[in-house]
Design a binder for this molecule. Sequence first.
Ligand SMILES: Nc1ncnc2c1ncn2[C@@H]1O[C@H](COP(=O)(O)OP(=O)(O)O)[C@@H](O)[C@H]1O
Ligand code: SF4
Ligand SMILES: [Mg+2]
Length: 343
Amino acid sequence: MSSRAVELTSQSGPPARPGAILDVRDLSVEYLLDSGIVAAVDRVSFSLGAGEFVAIVGESGCGKSTLLFAIAQLLSPPAEITGGSVLFQGRNLVGLTDSQLTAIRWKDLSVVMQSAMNALNPVKSIGAQFKDAMRAHGVNSREEIAARSAEVLRMVGIDPLHLHSYPHQLSGGMRQRSMIAMALLFTPKLVIMDEPTSALDVVAQRSLMVQIKELQQQFGFAVIFVTHDMSLVSHFSDHLMVMYAGQVAELGPTQQLFDSPAHPYTAGLMEAFPSIRGPRRPLKGIPGSPPDLARPPHGCRFAPRCPKVMDRCRAEPPGLYNVDGTQVRCVLYEGGAGRGSAS
Ligand SMILES: Nc1ncnc2c1ncn2[C@@H]1O[C@H](COP(=O)(O)OP(=O)(O)O)[C@@H](O)[C@H]1O
Ligand code: SF4
Ligand SMILES: [Mg+2]
């Protein structure tokens, strides 16, 4: 049998794809605390083509939010980017000044965070906040601002009358929709979303997700979407990144990861969620919890919880292997094994 797994020359993933609008390369972030350093993101690399939808999953504390903040250049002390680059439309965002970033934010790249209540200004109406965002980009015509503000609210299914509403007057779902409307004021190329539906009930989550997907298909922006909900992922994303303890555990086309999870952690995540299409089966879950990133295990970070662990897994960190066009950080693939060897 021919060897299908190839160890990547560095830990940094495959080379950027031609035409990618975003290329994140070897990105590392640390929280510099009095008690020590927390390495929250460790040399993460991936690229995203125009109009693609990548979901990032992993348990709480795996570095998902820190990664998004680092991509959007929204980190503040004690967090610091300690290495790597974020090429967005060919330009490295790392190291740009605030005014250079302001020119890009909202217009080309926008961010929707977990809680719109925290992101929206409580003492300004929705309309006033839209106006501020448009004025920051040189749109001063009252008519143009009013027309576009009403248009984006309609796009997310909210009556433009709510431009006069304050955030506390809206339901949680409407606040999230308003944030998404604000993110679309300028038809950006990339929208970064950190668990935008997690505060909502299941029915509201699903309808908001459907709407996000429709807007994405209509306007063609790329999406990076963090969630811990695997059932959302399977329906809405093209690509899936599984993060564990600050690192990429597995990355590839969503369908491929669902059909034959390669990394034991991915396999565990799949089993921890009820199958949407297949027959019901018991939730096995993954015993234990992710490591403290101030003191990660020396070898494979998943070793303490891995059902496939071997002695050598604890001795040194596994490489990142290219397995049938996906990337997997696990020694099971060192010898050229194909996908599905974890099951
Ligand atoms: N403001 C902060 N100060 C110190 N450590 C932080 C801070 N925010 C996050 N961390 C640490 O960084 C790691 C990754 O956190 P986070 O990016 O929030 O993960 P996720 O979004 O996957 O839950 C965790 O170990 C967390 O404790
Ligand atoms: S390297 Fe070893 S411990 Fe880590 S995921 Fe693979 S088999 Fe499990
Ligand atoms: Mg988070």
